[in-house]
Design a protein around this ligand. Sequence first.
Ligand SMILES: [Fe+2]
Length: 256
Amino acid sequence: MIDIHSHLLYGLDDGAETIEETLAMLRVASQSGTKELLFTPHIAEEFIYDIDTAVFRFKEVRKRAAEEKIEIKLHLGFEVRLDKELFSKHEFDMNRLTVNNQGKYLLLEFPFLDIPSYYKEIIKYLTSADITPIIVHPLRNSRILQNPSILKELYSTGCLMQFNADDTRDGRLSSILLRLLRQNLVHFIASDAHSIDLRPPVLANAYRFIEKKADRRDAERIFCENPARVVSGEIIDEEDLQRNGFFDRIKDIFNR
Ligand SMILES: [Fe+2]
């Protein structure tokens, strides 16, 4: 499994505070079956740090993890809040905020309470630069939660959707998630880990949930294949998302 959303890189946001905590969390991730992990510190007005600091700490952690024989491949990206001022501030270094600095994928976080009126402008700004926005944990936005069909529109504008592993543990959220999965709107599930106790970097339970409630091919696509394309900067096209037999299985579900 590849975890594409985590706050394990220490001392930048509300995630890990020390390098020891980062390493402890990486051990937990590795022991629970995560083979690769993307650090995605917040880019939001309440967290102030240089991108250079994040890059420096990323290299430092990668070296320490190798020395301590923690078997996990590490990547660097950022979780960028959808905020006009932040985007204009980073206009000239937008590529550095994309996954592995490849200019292909950017994790985009909607505010929790509302959808800003200018969201389409920002999505257009990214997609016209060939950057695919990945909307993170959409069900934490109260307007999307009230009306999840908004995600269909976001998908049609070129966005992909990442849900949190935690969503599979909540009765209401997990049934919405499964409904969206049948509509082909669940492209990734990641941990969004912040600490070992509160939200650990573990995907194994969520994988088993999808395997049981949908099937193994869906789990492989959501936890392994789509994330592998994100970290390597490969394009995920329509065909990858709508694999052979997928619509047949949707029909089966509706016919049950
Ligand atoms: Fe996050």
